[in-house]
Design a protein around this ligand. Structure first.
Ligand code: CO
Length: 296
């Protein structure tokens, strides 16, 4: 009788013990997202990143924010703002007990910055083998034909509300002198023109130059042009290279050509349709970088 009571008490305690959620065991089964932004040091541009974070929170997704740009992180640190690198964010996820991580790239396309992100993740995994069970990488904004046309449609819904039919629109992408980024911007320009032949895409760097577009605008005798960033944030490039007072900014170049320029300062991250494409990429992520170790 006495023995049974002890045994019962023991089992009750054991069962209760099992019910107490152990923090790390709980976290180990769960997934955390690392939101890998290029980053921005322009305070007004941060609204785009805040809006993206909010969309993840509203979808019940746990996340850690990281900036891939060393220059921007260093600049912010001098101002007393500490932002994690992707490497530091992976370390933090592990320290919190997470074994399953999704890293979402917030780049426009798989170009220079995206490949750097891939290398950073692989380096972290290879330096800390067996730390994570899964490390999935969510692809950038424009990674498939479906993405291309979805992005095109989101842009068409987010033009300046008072743009008139005979007024042109020029989107400012980033572009690269190396790598495949220019091809995506070129494809986007073509996709937009299928719907509206007064919408153009040009870029700060690379082969899709503003000079080419300007020539076209002059040939078509366009009187007014809307400038809009095609970047996750409406940051430094948008505010200076596109809309700044310097004589080589796009706005100044338009004015010099006798064309009226207006600015629609809106980051891609502020558009709900763009947030939804990223959320879809995160949910559909299948590129498991933790598994790449085994096939080496
Ligand atoms: Co740049």
């Amino acid at each position: 009788m006495f023995k049974t009571t002890i045994r019962c008490t023991f089992f009750i305690i054991l069962s209760l013990w099992c019910l107490i959620p152990s923090h790390s065991a709980h976290a180990a089964e769960k997934w955390v997202n690392i939101l890998a932004f290029f980053g921005t040091s322009v305070p007004e541009a941060k609204v785009s990143l805040d809006a993206i974070e909010k969309s993840y929170a509203q979808n019940g997704e746990a996340y850690i924010t990281a900036y891939t740009s060393d220059i921007i992180r260093k600049k912010l640190e001098k101002q007393g703002q500490k932002i994690l690198s992707v490497n530091a964010a992976l370390n933090k996820a592990s320290a919190m007990g997470f074994k399953n991580v999704r890293v979402q790239s917030f780049h426009v396309g798989a170009a220079e910055e995206f490949y750097q992100l891939q290398r950073m993740i692989l380096k972290n995994i290879h330096s800390n083998p067996k730390r994570f069970t899964h490390v999935l990488l969510g692809y950038p904004l424009m990674s498939s034909g479906q993405d291309l046309y979805e992005v095109r449609d989101v842009l068409l819904q987010n033009l300046a509300a008072n743009r008139k039919e005979n007024e042109a629109v020029v989107f400012m992408g980033h572009g690269n002198h190396h790598g495949p980024g220019d091809i995506m911007l070129y494809a986007l320009g073509k996709a937009l023109q299928e719907k509206d032949d007064l919408i153009y895409v040009a870029s700060v760097e690379g082969s899709n130059t503003f000079a080419k577009v300007l020539q076209n605008l002059k040939a078509k005798n366009i009187k007014k042009v809307w400038l809009q960033p095609f970047m996750i944030v409406a940051g430094d490039h948008a505010r200076n290279d596109m809309a700044g007072p310097e004589p080589d900014s796009w706005l100044s170049q338009l004015q010099a050509a006798g064309i009226e320029g207006s600015v629609h300062m809106l980051g891609l991250g502020q558009m709900q349709g763009i947030q939804n494409i990223f959320l879809r990429h995160t949910k559909d992520a299948y590129d498991d970088m933790a598994k790449s170790k085994k096939s080496d």
